[in-house]
Design a protein around this ligand. Structure first.
Ligand code: FAD
Length: 433
């Protein structure tokens, strides 16, 4: 079966949904996801979204981002990120995202390597609130169709031009022809034994880029978050203990109760210090302690973390939380320009699958959701301006002989082979497939 659409978007995370909402409402837009609409990393985001608080903060925010990224960032993209931050947060407010406010002003929080408090948040469930709001907005738009359980097996392309995607739904091949195609398929965390990511986020966009000679960049830029909850099982997703706990005063101690690092240094520095401390003390974890804060404050400010820890017999108002680093984010990805255009014509990439260069070698906390807003909005504008010049091409596409499961394993292996060359440390242990 074939489907024709103006724009095909792969992914229902923040980047895919926000992209769809920024397209003109007279365009036919099809958004697909390999599982259900909520099964994505965006939904899990806790801490919040960075924003330049005012004009004076733009340069400070840029410098914080560059410093955390070890100055490997693309400066022009960082400037865009900072300058266009507030206008996109305002769009979310107009959609009624319920950010925490004090007397009509944002209740900004702080995370590591930010020199001031500049993170807007919805308690400690920002991703859930933002994604739910975007889902509701998408449902209001008659021009947007979301198809769940639709697996992008490959893109349809010829002579470095993209014409849509080959999709498998319940074993049936559907060729979706589009004028423009957007990969918003997320990161690679599902390929790591220890990761905070959804297990379904397995680097499919990167595999498709490798297969089709689309430029990818910095596969070695993998972020390890310092504080995932320590639990024994290796193949389950690790629960994140948000950096905002440290931003709000949480302290790190080794198992002997000794302090060993400034908690607000960039993530890569704190993760390295924890690994060293774990080796020194022969322990698989260190402790994060925020019990010095009032009980009610903790229950109100971190309701999700409080209740999830309590389910595991850890009362964060009294107990120290055992934490250990885990894979968290992918700064590398499909190389794109400042409008999310890939090296293949008519193909865009945005969100975590893309490498805009804003994060450099280490992402500054809460800059990912911001990137997933700023760049899709810019890319959608380009599509809105150019779609009238485009014609839809429909042609015969070979019938797939492999199942979805076979393709998923093939895709995982492709990316894992590339990662194996760089991921020799035990902290980068990859899944078997
Ligand atoms: C626990 C956790 C907490 C975080 N906290 C924060 C935070 O506070 N602030 C912040 O800025 N960032 C945070 N991040 C990072 C941030 O959430 C992600 O980087 C961001 O949401 C990625 O959005 P995305 O739209 O690119 O991808 P995702 O939200 O991961 O969505 C990817 C989509 O692609 C679909 N897909 C993938 N492959 C296929 C395929 N083959 N066919 C069809 N569909 C496919 C998936 O089903 C999914 O719908 C956090 C991440 C985690 C894991």
């Amino acid at each position: 079966m074939d489907i024709s659409t103006d724009v095909l978007i792969i992914g229902t995370g923040v980047s895919g949904l926000y992209f769809a909402l920024n397209l003109n409402s007279n365009l036919k837009v099809t958004v697909i996801t390999k599982s259900n609409i909520r099964d994505c990393n965006s939904y899990l985001a806790q801490g919040g979204i960075s924003v330049a608080r005012n004009k004076e903060d733009i340069d400070v925010f840029i410098e914080d981002t560059l410093k955390a990224g070890r100055y490997k960032n693309k400066r022009s993209s960082v400037k865009i990120l900072a300058e266009e931050s507030l206008k996109n947060i305002k769009v979310l407010q107009n959609y009624n995202v319920d950010f925490n406010m004090d007397d009509g002003h944002f209740n900004y929080t702080r995370e590591g390597a930010h020199s001031i408090k500049r993170i807007v948040h919805c308690d400690d469930e920002t991703g859930k609130q933002v994604t739910e709001t975007l889902i509701q907005e998408v449902k209001k738009r008659k021009n947007i169709t979301v198809i769940e359980n639709a697996y992008l097996a490959d893109i349809i392309c010829k002579d470095n031009k993209c014409y849509g995607g080959i999709v498998l739904r319940e074993g049936v091949q559907t060729n979706i022809f589009s004028k423009f195609t957007v990969l918003a398929s997320g990161g690679i965390g599902g390929l790591f034994k220890n990761s905070t990511n959804q297990r379904t986020i397995t680097g499919n966009g990167i595999a498709i880029a490798i297969k089709n000679n689309i430029k990818i960049e910095h596969l070695d830029y993998i972020q390890i978050h310092p504080t995932s909850l320590y639990e024994k099982e290796k193949n389950e997703r690790k629960m994140l203990i948000s950096e905002s706990l440290r931003g709000e005063g949480g302290k790190l101690y080794n198992i002997n109760g000794e302090s060993f690092i400034d908690e607000l240094l960039p993530r890569d520095v704190v993760s390295k210090a924890i690994f060293e401390e774990e080796k020194k003390t022969n322990s698989p974890f260190v402790y994060l302690d925020i019990s010095n804060k009032p009980d009610n404050y903790l229950k109100e400010r971190f309701p999700f973390i409080y209740s999830e820890c309590l389910k595991r017999d850890i009362d964060i108002t009294k107990d120290k939380i055992p934490v250990t680093p885990a894979q968290h984010y992918f700064m590398g990805g499909i190389g794109v320009d400042e409008y999310s255009r890939t090296s293949m014509e008519n193909l865009f990439a945005c969100g975590e699958v893309s490498c805009t260069g804003v994060h450099g070698a280490n992402r500054l906390a809460s800059n990912s959701l911001l990137e997933a807003l700023v760049f899709p909005a810019r890319a959608a504008k380009i599509i809105n301006e150019n779609i009238d010049k485009m014609k839809l091409s429909i042609f015969d596409v070979p019938i797939l002989t492999k199942t979805k499961e076979d393709i998923e394993i093939e895709n995982k292996k492709l990316v894992i082979n590339k990662l194996n060359n760089i991921a020799e440390d035990s902290e980068y242990e990859l899944v078997d497939c």
